[in-house]
Design a protein around this ligand. Structure first.
Ligand SMILES: N[C@@H](CCC(=O)N[C@@H](CS)C(=O)NCC(=O)O)C(=O)O
Length: 220
């Protein structure tokens, strides 16, 4: 896997930034991935979504994770903004964000992930809550995006080229979630390039590391 060198691991230094996170949340996973790859020091606190810490709500009343609290008091409470903050501090940030920021192409891809695909994925995953249609109808809708990703991956190793970029990091947690709804179906599907991409990323040391339970500290 073609990657720039990592600078350092996150530590428990209290002067560092604090990330309110939820282990399985795909938005929080993408933030933790960017933090991990950037090498920036961040303490990570696992929260219960049913009982969010008041300190987190004081900083970000909208009540979603991830929320990043910087040592200077600034609060970043959108996962993509946290990714950009983290990756911008990497010595090879150009590598992850080819145009220095989110390029229009990357933005469009992530936007599609976060809107139509995410909506179809939620309905596919929780089909019993959306009895209007069977789960397969919602999966069909999700497949529009899976197909698009697979086509891209037929052309290069990662979503926007031969190098891992912010697009891969932002989207992989959602594809993982989709694959887990019915792994048998997913791994038997025609999306061979997407399957290889997903497996490669899931097996990487940094992905495994951000999913480790020991990495997170329970606040309560
Ligand atoms: N637009 C937000 C969405 C974050 C989000 O929806 N996170 C979910 C967890 S996956 C959440 O915190 N939901 C609040 C809740 O379940 O109470 C972002 O990108 O950070």
């Amino acid at each position: 896997m073609k990657m720039p060198p990592n600078r350092q691991d996150a530590s428990s230094n209290p002067a560092t930034a604090l990330l309110y996170s939820f282990r399985r949340c795909p938005y929080a996973i993408r933030a933790r991935l960017a933090i991990k790859l950037s090498g920036v020091e961040v303490r990570i606190h696992e929260v219960s979504l049913r009982n969010k810490p008041q300190a987190m709500l004081d900083h970000s009343p909208k009540g979603t994770v991830p929320v990043l609290l910087l040592p200077d008091g600034r609060v970043i409470d959108q996962s993509l903004d946290i990714m950009c903050w983290a990756l911008a501090q990497h010595q090879a940030s150009q590598w992850f964000m080819p145009d220095g920021a989110l390029s229009a192409e990357v933005q469009a891809l992530i936007q599609q992930n976060d809107s139509a695909f995410k909506q179809a994925l939620d309905r596919y995953k929780y089909a019993e809550r959306f009895p209007e249609y069977p789960a397969t109808t919602y999966r069909d809708r999700a497949e529009v995006f899976l197909d698009l990703l697979d086509q891209r991956l037929q052309q290069h190793a990662y979503l926007t080229g031969e190098c891992l970029s912010v697009a891969d990091l932002a989207i992989v947690p959602f594809v993982r979630q989709c694959a887990l709804v019915d792994a048998e179906w997913f791994y038997a599907s025609r999306y061979r390039h997407l399957i290889a991409w997903l497996d490669g990323l899931l097996q990487s040391a940094w992905f495994i590391s951000v999913m480790e339970k020991s990495q997170v500290t329970n606040l309560r």
